[in-house]
Design a protein around this ligand. Structure first.
Ligand code: FAD
Ligand code: EPU
Length: 352
């Protein structure tokens, strides 16, 4: 990567700071080196209009970055990186059966899950331990263990870069799908500033996902509470997924592919143990991990990059890898799976 001079703060306004020539290595969970021309941390959403009109930006492309746990920098980003650093959890309406709460984009997702569990709210336990910020949660509609965040979102507040003003999108406007939303479909349009959740006080536990009931049994939780289910899910996740603080990764590198029922059934005839799940709109979702493992990639080491030995969907930085090296391995995996199964895997992280 390039050898820029050391970074320096060049402006500090009311609610934001701007740093020139900033390193992004500590701001992406793959821990790959990359630099940006201007790094802007915005603490107050009200400052966004002023920040985006700053002459220094000079209409340069602006990448919005949260905690960097779903991005891969294959090179420097020689433009502008903007990060929402706003904090705050505000209960807007407290009813008997549910509560409406507005959470600032810069809050940490897992901390918010624990905030909700500690106050007796139900539902977010399946989404415990997902890295990243609250502002990024709607972008790919984070999901795990049979639950998606859109089930709890009432609206999303954002700065609309097309209209140059703040907007509030209701859940239908967000067009949520599996790892999808309007924010992914129109990637450079919205800067999420806060998310409004409706948190129920009671909700049936979702323990149907493979391995969860067994983990609850192993813990001796016969009549689990929501917090106990969170504990069981945390244990399963910790066994399967490498901790990015110790080994660089971005969770699942590919989405589970959606295929037509006809294509899925044809594949299942040839490979009866290929896991697949029907979707609400009549497609079949295939296990990307199975496809990759069956091509022999699980546990592979290639220079400083590799595929986790615990989970075939997780590409890892074994120390000192560049984003370009990780992307090259990803392309090899994608092309091998395609040649063998005629299924094209799509990356889940944003590739830059
Ligand atoms: P970033 O990586 O910084 O950004 C992700 C995307 O969101 C980018 O396109 C970025 O431009 C955009 N973005 C970020 N903030 C904003 C904003 N305020 N406004 C507009 N756009 C924004 N994901 C799951 O769904 N389920 C899982 O189980 C899961 N497990 C994971 C496990 C590990 C170990 C890791 C490393 C990742 C995992 N992920 C999972 C992916 C990741 O945690 C989520 O995608 C998370 O929401 C990313 O948050 P972030 O703040 O790090 O976003
Ligand atoms: N499998 C393999 N080999 C492996 C791992 C898994 O063949 O190495 C097969 C097994 O049959 C297993 C099945 O794949 O039963 C599903 O595995 P897992 O339960 O780990 O889920 P996944 O489909 O691989 C998805 C999400 C994860 C999420 C888990 C739990 C995607 C792309 N990934 O993974 O999300 O945590 O389900 O719900 O949908 C992420 O998005 O970054 C992420 C980690």
């Amino acid at each position: 990567m390039s050898s820029y001079p050391v970074s320096s703060a060049i402006a500090e306004g009311n609610g934001y700071t701007i740093v020139e020539n900033a390193s992004l290595e500590g701001r992406n969970s793959f821990r790959v080196p990359a630099r940006t021309h201007l790094l802007i941390d915005v603490k107050k959403p009200e400052a966004l209009g002023e920040v985006l009109a700053y002459p220094l930006l000079n209409n340069a492309p602006v990448l919005v970055l949260g905690e960097g746990s779903n991005v891969l920098f294959t090179r420097d980003w020689p433009h502008v990186v903007l990060s929402m650093a706003s904090q705050g959890i505000a209960v807007e309406r407290d009813e008997i059966d549910a509560c409406r709460v507005r959470v600032a984009a810069g809050e940490n997702w897992n901390s918010f899950v624990h905030w909700s569990l500690a106050r007796g709210f139900a539902g977010l336990e399946n989404l415990v331990l997902i890295p990243g910020s609250v502002g990024a949660a709607p972008i790919q509609n984070i999901g795990a263990y049979g639950v998606e965040v859109c089930e709890f979102i009432e609206s999303v507040a954002a700065w609309d870069r097309h209209g140059g003003k703040p907007v509030e999108l209701d859940v239908a406007d967000c067009r949520f799908g599996y790892r999808d939303s309007v924010f992914k479909q129109e990637p450079d349009r919205y800067i999420v500033t806060s998310v409004v959740f409706r948190l129920p006080r009671a909700r049936e536990l979702k323990i149907g996902y493979a391995g969860i009931a067994e983990e609850l049994d192993a813990l001796g939780f016969n009549k689990p509470t929501h917090a106990q289910l969170a504990e069981a899910i945390s244990r399963v996740r910790t066994r399967k997924l490498p901790n990015p603080a110790l080994i660089g990764n971005a969770g699942s590198f590919f989405k589970n592919p959606l295929v037509s029922t006809a294509q899925g059934e044809e594949l299942r005839q040839r490979h009866p143990d290929l896991p697949c799940w029907p979707t609400a709109d009549g497609q079949l979702k295939l296990s990307a991990a199975w496809l990759i493992e069956s091509c022999g990639f699980k546990g592979l080491r290639r220079g400083s990059t590799g595929v986790s030995e615990h989970h075939a969907l997780v590409l890892v930085n074994l120390g000192g890898a560049t984003g370009a090296e990780i992307w090259s391995l990803a392309e090899e995996i994608r092309d091998t799976v395609h040649a063998r199964y005629e299924v094209m895997l799509e990356p889940e992280p944003r590739i830059l």
